[in-house]
Write a protein of this length. Sequence first.
Length: 93
Amino acid sequence: VETIPSLQEARVLAELLAEVDTPSWISFSCRDAEHVNDGSTIEACVSLFRGHSKVFAVGINCTAPTHISGLIRRIQAADTGKRIIVYPNSGEA
């Protein structure tokens, strides 16, 4: 599931993914090096998936490259136990 812009959507997805047995990852679109697009912290968003055994990675997409390093550090600090993924918006730099 990708390009999640808000904590509210992340909460709904966390509930839905708890009911399925399909491996998945979650990626967020972010407005700066700390926050997803709605202003919630990236740590709050990725932490929702800490206990989900089928969510194997959390990360970032559709976000300006200048924000990526800070976001990765914050995801690491959230200590979700998940792999971290990062990929661009439709292959753009």
